[in-house]
Design a protein around this ligand. Structure first.
Ligand code: MLC
Ligand code: AMP
Length: 500
């Protein structure tokens, strides 16, 4: 299968591409909500125009950033599409982010406008225009989508990092459209597909992978505000495609009534953002007859590899490079290692971001001399070309599909009086895959409790970054270079069941 491309001469604006695919489906339902509201594709076009007009009326210029921290809703999707249409740069923010996290994004990205919940307005002080989703109601429903170049920025998505400071991945219209086209073709979307959408829409999985493929397909999208096994099971019989993080599949399997009948109309279950346990894949197959398709990607690159639509979906692997994308496993000197060898996964293609926002020095380090992006993931190709992710060079915990960078937690913990030093690490967790745990060394004489430590992080960082468990140690295990041995901490404390 060749790389799917945009026809020559076409506007490279991502919205123009999506609209070219749903133009013939104006009266078909695009979004169907739990409360019964429905929006046709014509209405999506009209409602997104209102947001484009609202922002344009405020005097925003092409390339200006629009920060968005709102609950998942149809209006949030209209706002996203409106930004694309008007050439503004969409900056999605997890609703769990707290004031301190937001202030870094605002300071770094300098958005010209922010959409947020009324109670969060203070977090966006300094932004010229703070708005809410209701503010577009009186705007015109017609807007002519601007012409964008392939290299124009469409979104900036922040991702934390090993330094503890979040970096903005700059994503162009071409990055997003090339990946959407590749996935749409690779996963063989069909005319009557119905997407059951339960993922959050402030990260790449829910916002790009799920939404773009469905919009390209002029599909009906059953939009749930969040993942909850009950509503998902109720809607599966009306759906054909579902995408989730492994926790969603673990939770569905935990429901005794979840069965094959519910899934009889389904054609595709996709998993990603975190490793899918081979046992989950097997159990899911035994229960439903479906083999979950696992794929691999990241914010900076979109999706890189996928198990095949037809052919063997191999447990414990993330499949093959997507058409048009080069994926290599590299050793010292960035030289590719052969099948069976372990090295860093590196990626090159139209999906890969041009770099991090305002971090030119960082960008030099993140790309190889021959233009491959260093993912920080460790992988191995088998003899048949399937890629497995065998570890991570980056110190990262993935909990329920959300990334937690230990350094960020440690920086916050070290501010707490009474803490001499700390180490954050991931331990196995049946529901979240990994759960965050911290080891704290108290200062001599200091009295610290687990509640105090947890309470200190709560309110400063997003709730999913709050440690599930704390251990107090007299010292942290270190190697001769002074580096904290997180594997040792994991081995010593990982068996202890983290609090639910
Ligand atoms: C919620 N909590 C979590 C958590 N989610 N803790 C650790 N890890 C998580 N992922 C905590 C809350 O802080 C709260 O704690 C308690 O759990 C209940 O919160 P909740 O909101 O009721 O949880 P729930 O709705 O059950 O959410 C769990 C979840 C959700 C798994 C459904 O986290 C989720 O939808 N994750 C998907 C993340 C995702 O989209 N990742 C894609 C990133 S893109 P307390 O103490 O307050 O009670 C990417 C690239 C790629 O990675 O390849 O796709
Ligand atoms: P994010 O920064 O949130 O985009 O997360 C990207 C990271 O998630 C990748 O670098 C991987 O470490 C991890 N990831 C994504 N998909 C998978 C997968 N299928 N299996 C294992 N890890 C994954």
């Amino acid at each position: 299968m060749g790389e799917a491309t945009i026809p020559a001469g076409m506007n490279e604006n991502l919205y123009a591409l999506l609209a070219s695919r749903f133009a013939g489906a104006a009266s078909s339902v695009c979004l169907e909500l739990e409360d019964g509201r429905r929006f046709t594709y014509a209405e999506v076009e009209a409602e997104s125009a209102r947001f484009a007009n609202l922002l344009a009326s405020l005097g925003l210029k092409r390339g200006d950033r629009v920060a968005v921290q709102v609950e998942k809703s149809a209006e949030a999707i209209f706002l996203y599409l409106g930004c694309l249409r008007a050439g503004f740069v969409y900056l999605p923010l997890n609703t769990a982010y707290q004031v301190a996290e937001i202030s870094h994004f605002v300071h770094d990205a300098e958005p010209a406008a922010a959409f947020c919940r009324p109670e969060s307005r203070a977090s966006f002080s300094g932004v010229a225009h703070t708005l809410s989703l209701g503010d577009a109601r009186s705007q015109s429903t017609s807007f002519s989508t601007v012409t964008s170049a392939a290299s124009d920025l469409a979104c900036i998505v922040y991702t934390s990092g090993t330094t503890g400071r979040a970096k903005g991945a700059m994503l162009t219209h071409r990055n997003l459209s090339s990946n959407a086209l590749a996935l749409h073709a690779y996963w063989q979307f069909r005319p009557n597909d119905v997407l059951l959408h339960a993922l959050p829409i402030f990260h790449v999985h829910g916002l790009f992978v799920a939404l773009h493929t469905a919009l390209l397909n002029a599909s009906r999208i059953l939009l749930l505000p969040r993942f909850d096994a009950g509503p998902v099971m109720r809607l599966l019989p009306r759906s054909t495609v579902f995408m989730g993080v492994p926790t969603y599949y673990v939770r569905l399997l935990g429901e005794p009534e979840f069965d094959a009948d519910m899934c009889s109309g389904m054609r595709l279950f996709v998993s990603g953002s975190a490793p899918l346990a081979a046992d989950t894949l097997r159990e899911f197959h035994a229960r439903t007859g479906h083999t979950i398709l696992e794929r691999y990607g990241m914010t900076e690159t979109g999706m890189n590899t996928s198990n095949p639509y037809e052919g063997e979906r191999r447990p414990g692997t993330v499949g093959f490079p997507l058409p048009g994308i080069e994926v290599r496993v590299a050793g010292p000197g960035d030289a590719p290692v052969g099948a069976g060898g372990i090295g860093q996964i590196q990626v090159k293609g139209p999906n890969v971001m041009p770099g991090y926002w305002r971090l030119p020095e960082r960008n030099k380090e993140e790309f190889t001399a021959d233009g491959f992006f260093r993912t920080g993931d460790l992988g191995r190709f088998d003899e048949d070309g399937y890629l497995s992710i065998v570890g991570r060079e980056k110190d990262l915990v993935i909990s329920g599909g959300y990334n937690i960078y230990p350094k960020e937690i440690e920086m916050v913990l070290d501010e707490l009086p009474g803490v001499a030093e700390s180490a954050a690490f991931g331990v196995p967790h049946a529901d979240f895959g990994e759960a965050l745990m911290v080891a704290v060394v108290p200062r001599p004489g200091a009295q610290l409790s687990e509640q105090q430590v947890i309470g200190h992080v709560k309110g400063k960082l997003a709730n999913f970054k709050v440690p599930k468990r704390v251990v107090f140690l007299q010292e942290l295990p270190r190697n001769t270079m002074g580096k904290v041995l997180k594997n040792e901490l994991r081995a010593a404390h990982g068996g202890a069941k983290p609090a639910a």
